[in-house]
Design a protein around this ligand. Structure first.
Ligand SMILES: C[S@@+](CC[C@H](N)C(=O)[O-])C[C@H]1O[C@@H](n2cnc3c(N)ncnc32)[C@H](O)[C@@H]1O
Length: 237
């Protein structure tokens, strides 16, 4: 994904930040941030002096993250969350903002949970956010719609508007309309679809037990006007 769309669609979310800070204070560092994107959480923790490794499968996002984190105790690693091997262990591994629901079902989660456990020091913690159940909806032509996220960069305007949540048997498809208006007024539009696996905390906790992790507790991040709420499952190696 390009940096601008990632920033626009994920970068403004702040409701969960206090929880990641509190977990880092509780478990210490080094911290592994899985699905780190352009570093919304990684940069916040590194700015507080924690040593952070940001992992994402998208190297373009990580290049920007590294640029923003220049001089901070932060490194980046481009890899798939289901297949990584960093060669060292962490006190805390975090998976913010529903990345766990992007891993293509139970086999993807199993592979990730086993990798994560092997990357934790004994007693280290793995904290995973998962989105609350979403209400399906579809914006009709001319009908009411959620406000778009908008940003202007060098005179070019980028707008991303959620237009539908479509329920499938084992997941949800989130649809957005992305519009770009250039300096000469040219407008281009594309639709973007992201599929999230359906996953509730009980199910994830059972999968984590099978992967050798112990449930510590669950925390809740409340919904905001723009973002769904989430449950954060906190596990111990
Ligand atoms: C919803 S964004 C969250 C970004 C960031 N953690 C945040 O909270 O702002 C999901 C991120 O997970 C990454 N991602 C998706 N599937 C992945 C996978 N299989 N392995 C590693 N990263 C993945 C995407 O590239 C994207 O940056």
């Amino acid at each position: 994904m390009s940096v601008i769309w990632h920033d626009l669609e994920c970068g403004a979310y702040t409701e969960d930040v206090a929880l990641w800070r509190a977990l880092a204070a509780e478990f210490g560092d080094p911290v592994l941030d899985v699905g780190a994107g352009t570093g919304r959480v990684s940069l916040d923790l590194a700015r507080r002096g924690l040593s952070v490794t940001a992992l994402d499968r998208d190297p373009v996002l990580l290049v920007e993250l590294a640029r923003r984190g220049d001089g901070l105790p932060l490194d980046t690693f481009a890899a798939d969350a289901r297949e990584f091997d960093l060669g060292h262990r962490f006190a805390l591994c975090i998976v913010p903002m529903q990345t766990i629901q992007l891993l293509a079902g139970p086999s993807g989660r199993k592979a990730f949970l086993e990798r994560a456990r092997r990357h934790l020091v004994p007693g280290g913690a793995l904290a995973i956010a998962l989105a609350d159940e979403m209400e399906p909806y579809e914006v009709m032509p001319g009908g009411p719609a959620p406000l778009p996220d908008v940003r202007e960069v060098d005179g070019v305007v980028y707008a991303s508007r959620p237009i539908a949540v479509i329920e499938e048997e084992d997941g949800f498809v989130l649809q957005r309309r992305r519009e770009v208006v250039t300096l000469d007024g040219t407008c281009s539009v594309e639709e973007n679809r992201i599929r999230l696996d359906r996953l509730d905390p009980e199910h994830l906790e059972a999968e984590a037990r099978e992967a050798g992790l112990t449930l510590l507790r669950r925390e809740l991040v409340p919904a905001t006007a723009e973002y769904v709420g989430s449950a954060v499952v906190i596990l111990r190696a």
